[in-house]
Design a protein around this ligand. Structure first.
Ligand SMILES: Cc1cc2nc3c(=O)[nH]c(=O)nc-3n(C[C@H](O)[C@H](O)[C@H](O)COP(=O)(O)OP(=O)(O)OC[C@H]3O[C@@H](n4cnc5c(N)ncnc54)[C@H](O)[C@@H]3O)c2cc1C
Ligand code: SF4
Length: 478
């Protein structure tokens, strides 16, 4: 391939796909970035320096072969670019949309490090795969041999779905169980449409169905069916249930009405986008319209709540975070998007309690400063005495993170080993748990993490499961 097609970073600047104006995009739940035009995608891909040691690839959890698909895109060989991209990633268009690239591939791009502005890797990845969908290049798995063995996957989030994809490609029979009425996990009901439009997830699920994956929805393991029964029905089991136990503020007044949990709030909003009836939204409890909203927390979930509240028509939206902007866990790019849309970040603040009676009327706010580093090396926030004030609020959303539920107890399986944080103990490479034939992946092993890590785990676990099943028994493919 012509070398002159690449290395254009010296003469060509970094250009993200066009971002919709803040005033327009904050009125709806559509994604905020438009697609690259063909010529622009090729041009931006051609900025890659094709460096000898691709740090972008090393910092992509899936070790995506980024320089190769950038080179093919620059040359207009899009179908080949797609083939290379999908070889290591079950859902590249999803990662291209929602990976925090500034912390992963793009943050480590060599031309970014040399001050030229990163290659827009995520946007090109999204462009390649969206183009592949438009052209019918994305095909359901059609294994050359069907195997008799079956695997039960508990949890239809990205970890479970990536494993389902790989297992079907190997011809294994797959049943995915999920307690929700739709598959997709947090990609469906947690992450809002302005980051990831739902049809993008739905078409993947439809394709998994076409490839022969059976979905059993509205089925909560531990209640509707026992874990033992699932183990009895399948040759191997994969646990991919995510983490959903909410960390709550325990302060005076925290039980008042109007103080809600982030995921309840986001799920209601996502359900409304499907046209579902959501009683707590319709009653106003989980709807920010016309309200002064305060969100507590500084991670991705907080960011999504803030931007959802703006779109629902809140009169004001404030974020309380106990550290400063440089030390917040959420993506800097998402923070900038939120600021543009009208979110007011009140750095170095923490809730001390809540005012009001039955219903919340305000947050008692403590001002903080950053002190000496704690055991984790991060500067610990300290209270500034005598600087408290009250922030008026009609709706307070708690977004302080998630912890694992006590699966061994809930599922009556005490032999399933967990860590001291309550996450399931699984081997890093094989993802096998303390129970023979039982594997675990994604947030339930890592704690709250990222879609891309769940995909990696799911793909790796599928490979281990195929090894575990051994030669097995083949049945004729249809
Ligand atoms: C609001 C929010 C925004 C986020 N934004 C981003 C982002 O921008 N980028 C990013 O990379 N990551 C983001 N994340 C993190 C990402 O969504 C998770 O890391 C990822 O979804 C974890 O995948 P998983 O497959 O482990 O679990 P999940 O996606 O949580 O899926 C688990 C599934 O298991 C099901 N389940 C649980 N218990 C049972 C049971 N007993 N029986 C049957 N089914 C069960 C659940 O219903 C669910 O469908 C965000 C998370 C949140 C909460
Ligand atoms: S999967 Fe995520 S980290 Fe890897 S190349 Fe794509 S956007 Fe970057």
């Amino acid at each position: 391939m012509a070398a002159e097609k690449m290395l254009k970073f010296v003469s060509l600047g970094k250009e993200m796909p066009e971002k919709r104006a803040a005033e327009t995009r904050s009125q709806d739940f559509h994604e905020i970035y438009r697609e690259y035009a063909d010529a622009k995608a090729a041009e931006q891909a051609s900025r890659c320096s094709q460096c000898g040691v691709p740090y972008c690839q090393a910092h992509c959890p899936l070790s995506n072969n980024i320089p190769d698909w950038l080179r093919l895109t620059a040359a207009g060989r899009l179908q080949e670019a797609y083939e290379v991209s999908q070889a290591t990633n079950s859902f590249p268009e999803i990662c291209g949309r929602i990976c925090p690239q500034d912390r992963l591939c793009e943050g480590n791009c060599v031309i970014e490090q040399s001050g030229h502005g990163t290659v827009t890797i995520g946007s090109v990845e999204k462009y390649i795969t969206d183009t592949a969908w438009e052209n019918g290049w994305v095909k359901p798995a059609r294994p050359s041999v069907e195997r008799a063995e079956s695997v039960g996957i508990i949890g239809a989030g990205p970890g479970g779905l990536a494993a389902a994809d790989m297992l079907r490609r190997a011809g294994v029979q797959v049943t995915v169980y999920d307690r929700y009425d739709r598959a997709g996990g947090l990609m469906m009901y947690g992450i809002p449409g302005f980051k990831l439009e739902k049809p993008v997830v739905l078409r993947r699920i439809e394709q998994l169905e076409q490839s022969g994956v059976t979905f059993v929805l509205n089925c909560k393991v531990g209640e509707d069916i026992s874990f033992d029964a699932i183990r009895g029905q399948h040759d191997a089991v994969l646990i991919a249930t995510g983490v959903y136990k909410v960390r709550e503020v325990t302060a005076p007044g925290s039980g008042a009405k109007g103080i809600v949990k982030a995921l309840d709030y986001l799920t209601a909003s996502n359900r409304k986008s499907f046209g579902d009836e959501v009683a707590d939204f319709d009653s106003g409890e989980l709807n920010a319209e016309g309200k002064r909203v305060v969100v507590i927390g500084g991670g991705d979930t907080a960011m999504d709540c803030l931007r959802t509240a703006i779109r629902q028509g809140a009169t004001s939206v404030k974020c309380l975070y106990r550290r400063d902007k440089a030390n917040m866990p959420g993506s800097q790019r998402e923070t900038q998007n939120a600021e543009e849309e009208g979110v007011d970040f009140v750095w170095l603040t923490a809730p001390k309690g809540f005012t009001g009676g039955e219903h919340v009327e305000g947050v008692m706010v403590q001002k903080m400063r950053l002190g000496a580093p704690d055991v984790s090396g991060r500067q610990a926030p300290e209270v500034i005495e005598g600087a408290d004030y009250i922030e008026p609020a009609d709706l307070v959303i708690q977004a302080l993170g998630f912890e694992p539920e006590a699966i061994p107890t809930l599922w009556n399986v005490p032999e399933l080993a967990v860590t001291r944080w309550g996450t399931i103990k699984a081997d890093f490479a094989t993802h096998s748990t303390s129970l023979p034939g039982v594997y675990a992946v994604g947030d339930i092993v890592r704690g709250a993490s990222l879609v891309v890590w769940a995909i990696r785990d799911g793909r790796e676990a599928a490979e281990s499961i195929v090894n575990y099943l051994g030669a097995g028994r083949q049945i004729a493919a249809e």
